[in-house]
Design a protein around this ligand. Structure first.
Ligand SMILES: C[S@@+](CC[C@H](N)C(=O)[O-])C[C@H]1O[C@@H](n2cnc3c(N)ncnc32)[C@H](O)[C@@H]1O
Length: 260
């Protein structure tokens, strides 16, 4: 895994031209995505509807690739990384877990296997990827663990109970989210978080200018997201130990503002 590029602004013409000259093989795919982006933005001005359409298109081709893994071996490895990290941070079978943007259960199937039956709750904006998640449950014989998988239209979490989840997890979700979506999540996650619980999310980090590529990939400064969490009375800290792992994104942990 190459070192993170924390200063590039991938949205500038200069960066795009240099990247294309260095990686000519990737140009056709990027052009196809840019064309799709223009079409879907026109059809779906609302970001959630837009990204749901992106997921529909990607899931039809390959659900594993739709969540960002180019083959099953990578899908398994990336899920294992998420699972091992949370296990190392004390995820126990009796915990109740909410996974935001659970995808086709790349990490989720391991959480479902580890947790007591009924203790895993996955939500996602894409019904298509949730159908693929059901395939994962069947394939990996996890029916008896009784996970819940629910489509959502926003991140108000309004149908979920107060102070219920010990662990909330969002991997590679805010990397695809504009700031108002993250704001909505942080405004509401504290209500569903149990006392002593924590919410971990990954994000694409920049130390330069915040930017996005198409409406698909968003790059934030750590202090922006920490300040957003604090605005909602939460405490947020950058997870240094996650940086040691071979993953392109960074991680922030959010807890109740009064947590030790
Ligand atoms: C890159 S995939 C990662 C899936 C899963 N977390 C994993 O690591 O395999 C991002 C997932 O987040 C979902 N997603 C994106 N924005 C969302 C939002 N605002 N609320 C809920 N899910 C969202 C997408 O539909 C997709 O399934």
């Amino acid at each position: 895994m190459p070192a993170k590029n924390l200063t590039a602004n991938r949205a500038t013409l200069g960066h795009r031209v240099t990247y294309a000259l260095r990686n000519p093989g990737r140009v056709p795919r990027h052009l196809a995505r840019a064309a799709r982006d223009m079409w879907l933005r026109h059809r779906h001005p609302d970001h959630i509807a837009y990204y749901r359409a992106v997921m529909r298109s990607d899931t039809r081709t390959d659900p594993d690739a739709a969540v960002g893994s180019r083959n099953r071996a990578r899908w398994l490895a990336l899920g294992e990384m998420q699972f091992d990290y949370l296990l190392g941070h004390g995820l126990r079978p009796e915990h109740r877990m909410l996974e935001i943007g659970c995808g086709n259960l790349r990490g989720g199937w391991r959480f479902i296997r580890h947790l007591e039956p009924g203790h895993y709750y996955g939500i996602d904006i894409s019904p298509d990827i949730l159908f693929a998640a059901q395939d994962t449950i069947v394939e990996l014989d996890l029916r008896q663990r009784l996970p819940t998988l629910t489509p959502v239209a926003d991140l108000t979490l309004r149908f979920l109970p107060d102070a219920h989840f010990d662990v909330v997890h969002a991997h590679s979700v805010f990397s695809h989210s504009p700031l108002p979506v993250i704001d909505e999540c942080l405004a509401n996650v504290g209500r569903v978080l149990a006392p002593g619980g924590w919410f971990d999310f990954t994000f694409d980090r920049t130390e330069g200018e915040e930017h996005h590529v198409l409406r698909e990939d968003f790059y934030y400064r750590t202090e922006t997201l920490v300040a957003l969490a604090e605005k909602h009375g939460l405490r947020a800290r950058f997870m240094d130990d996650w940086e040691k792992l071979p993953h392109g994104q960074s991680k922030i942990r959010v807890t109740h503002g009064d947590a030790d």
